[in-house]
Design a protein around this ligand. Sequence first.
Ligand SMILES: *Cc1c(COP(=O)(O)O)cnc(C)c1O
Length: 435
Amino acid sequence: MMTYKSTRGGDAISLDDALLGGLAPDGGLYVPTKLPQFGIDDFDSCDDTPSIAARYLAPFFDGSALQDALAEIIAETFHFPLPLVDLSPELDAPLSVLELFHGPTAAFKDIGAGFLAACLVRLDRDVADERPLTILVATSGDTGGAVASAFHRREGVRVVVLFPEGKVSPRQQHQLTCWGDNVVSLAVRGVFDDCQQMVKTAFVDEALGTRFRFSSANSINIGRLLPQSVYYAIASLDYFRRHGRKLSFLVPTGNLGNGLAAVLARAAGLPIQDITLVSNENQTIPDFFATGDYQPRPSVATLASAMDVGAPSNLERLRHVFGERDDLTSMGLSASSVSDDEIEKQIAVDAKRLPFAWCPHTATAMYAWSQQGDAKRQTDQAIVATAHPAKFETIVEPIIGNTLPVPDALAELLALPSEFQTIDATVAALSEVLS
Ligand SMILES: *Cc1c(COP(=O)(O)O)cnc(C)c1O
């Protein structure tokens, strides 16, 4: 049986309790107590996404009540392509792009949110509790849409999305407010921190607690991390089978969920060489790699807003499982930081030489690649495309002087009517809406 432990100590618990708990009671994050060790030939009989996902995730689900449902959960989550696109014809270097934006809300968060939702609704069926399960999610833009999409029309669950009024892009707002049914969308008269504070307060509010059972589906849940590791397994195996060489990744990084997923896959034996964590002007992680000290700080606003994190939660997991700066460096990990000017410049340069444009987040990874020395750039690498540029058209279109094609899934959402209520940034206002 696989067990999980808080990064801050305590007893080992089951995967199911870690999934239902989200954050550990001591404030730590759950991590597996051991990592599976795969050889590449363990995947010999796996030649599609579901079979690779099932093989990779099986040890993590050993002993879970969800073990027998794992194939079904995988089928519900990985229902869109995760292509590794070769850019070598355009760039004259062995660079690929791992496109993770073909899901319903056009960002990689669809995978983690979808998987967690598929797990939670199944676990919840066995919870003897009269109070309806209510997923509260505060969002600065991308997460809320992915979580709403993941839980939309799932029986016995309600989702309440709180976003700061006027502080998300028009298309993001549409993705937060187009669901209906069991999804309630709330524009909060305040900033993102107010939304987050309302959620935290609601969680411990006694009166609300008698009527509702809250869960958070937030990004630190282990149920979002594990499936993200799968696309690194798929991409690195695909590349290794075709070229006989390990692939390195450059990962746009905010809260470090995506980057940590790559590190997990590498440590579990997948054919991954180096991993570069690329931040925007929020430099907490690059500074940690430069000095060895972790100095959290308030976030600053950048063009790559989904990476605006000054205190990346998953750094606690990374250090707990894999050690301090020197241990991490010796595993092939490094970090760099990219400014807004550099993001704009990279989007402009690449729109001229590539058949598509980058979203501002993906552009950070591409910039980091372009800054490598010639020898390094001739090694096998992939940048991770975390969102479709059409989600951030108000930033990207003026830079490239052109309109962006909208992917079908996104176009479908944008065609739906939008509905939301605007409320004050108080728990009293939230409570009134919930009733
Ligand atoms: C959330 C997000 C990121 C950052 O991912 P982390 O797992 O928080 O490091 C990067 N790009 C996009 C588009 C995102 O939505």
